[in-house]
Design a protein around this ligand. Structure first.
Ligand code: PEP
Ligand code: MN
Length: 366
């Protein structure tokens, strides 16, 4: 190589290092500004300040780069700084995956959800309809090793003339059915005023899709220490879902399990579209356990097994499933609940039969 070019390239190399050092210094200062802005609740993006900096730079520019090139180079630098500031904010959320990578394990009664624990199964009727119905379901579920019973006592129905749930009586019936087998009981709360009754009867509070952004309810449930199953809203983005969980953690309730239950899309063949990327992303970006409600996702019995396998394959910590002694006469979600025979086939097909018997052995010693 021409010796002159080599010398000039050496000069460029030295300048590159100098520029890098200056850029790093600049980034560190931008981070400090970002921290102060976050503490003050101010935005990191300040277009007026950005315009002023660009103006000062172009005024000082004597070439050989033209003003447009100088502006575009510095805009890149501004953007990179803002990215740093936004990333720092993400890390400071209580829901964000921590640097140590630890998963949160939520204990519902004596059942651990998340971390290295075997995937759980939360099963039971859509709504608690009678003592006979919920008792028969709990008996069946306990018999196959399911340790968490679900059942709605307050139902969020589209049609005001549809069955609305048995209210407190439903909570009492669910509690009794679960207690007969030492099971945990999960039910949906729709109104913060019902919290005392729920705390007296359930082991896990479900916040339904329709209430995911009911901030008054989130704040009230956040004050409780009862574990929460937070469903994703019908049309909620992943970020909105995680921010709803942030409300709960911010209020002090750290026992939060996220539940993907399908989102509303243009696709009519399934009741909702199960968003498996949301499961993978929520697991990646938060430390909270994530379960998948395969019943409300597809709204189809014929998809329960494949959706379960897929959910577990992307890392779900458990599955929620609706089971009813006689779905044909169910007072809600008639088309999607499964009977006991179908449950047996489902447990075999998904591998849950084996997983549950192992868990049962571990818990009860037989
Ligand atoms: C339910 O689980 O009973 C329910 C109403 O589900 P979602 O809130 O997901 O629609
Ligand atoms: Mn239902």
């Amino acid at each position: 190589m021409e010796p002159k070019i080599r010398d000039l390239r050496n000069e460029i190399d030295a300048l590159n290092l100098e520029i890098l050092e200056k850029l790093s210094q600049r980034a560190a200062i931008a981070e400090s500004i970002g921290e102060l802005q976050t503490a003050a609740g101010a935005s990191h993006y300040d277009p007026v300040r950005e315009a002023e900096m660009l103006e000062a730079l172009t005024a000082a520019n004597d070439g050989p780069f033209d003003d447009a090139t100088v502006k575009s180079l510095f805009k890149q630098i501004f953007q990179a700084s803002m990215h740093l500031e936004n990333e720092a904010d993400k890390k400071s959320y209580l829901t964000s995956r921590r640097a140590d990578g630890e998963d949160t394990v939520v204990r519902v009664r004596d059942v651990p959800i998340g971390g290295e624990n075997a995937p759980v199964l939360i099963a039971g009727p859509c709504a608690i309809e009678s003592r006979e119905q919920v008792t028969a379901t709990a008996d069946k579920l306990a018999g196959v090793g399911v340790s968490l019973l679900r059942g709605g006592a307050y139902k969020p129905r589209t049609d005001p003339y549809s069955f609305q749930g048995l209210g407190v009586e439903g909570l009492e019936l669910g509690r009794a059915a679960a207690d007969a087998h030492g099971m945990g009981f999960v039910a949906e709360i729709m109104d913060a005023r019902d919290l005392p009754a729920f705390e007296a009867h359930v082991d896990m509070l479900q916040i339904g899709a329709r209430n995911m952004q009911n901030f008054t309810l989130l704040k009230a449930v956040g004050q409780s220490r009862t574990p929460v199953l937070l469903k994703r809203g019908l049309s909620a983005t992943i970020q909105e879902w995680v921010m709803a969980a942030e409300y709960l953690l911010h209020e002090g309730n750290t026992n939060v399990v996220l539940c993907e239950r399908g989102i509303r899309t243009y696709e009519p063949s399934t009741r909702n579209t199960l968003d498996l990327s949301a499961v993978a992303l929520a697991k990646q970006e938060t430390h909270l356990p994530v379960v998948v409600d395969v019943t409300h996702s597809g709204g189809r019995r014929d998809l329960l097994t494949p959706l379960t396998k897929a959910a577990l394959a992307v890392g779900a910590d458990g599955i929620m499933l609706e089971v009813h002694p006689n779905p044909a006469v169910a007072l809600s979600d008639q088309k999607q609940q499964i009977d006991f025979e179908t449950l047996d086939a489902y447990l075999e097909a998904t591998g849950y039969a084996k997983a549950l018997s192992r868990e049962r052995h571990e818990v009860y010693g037989f």
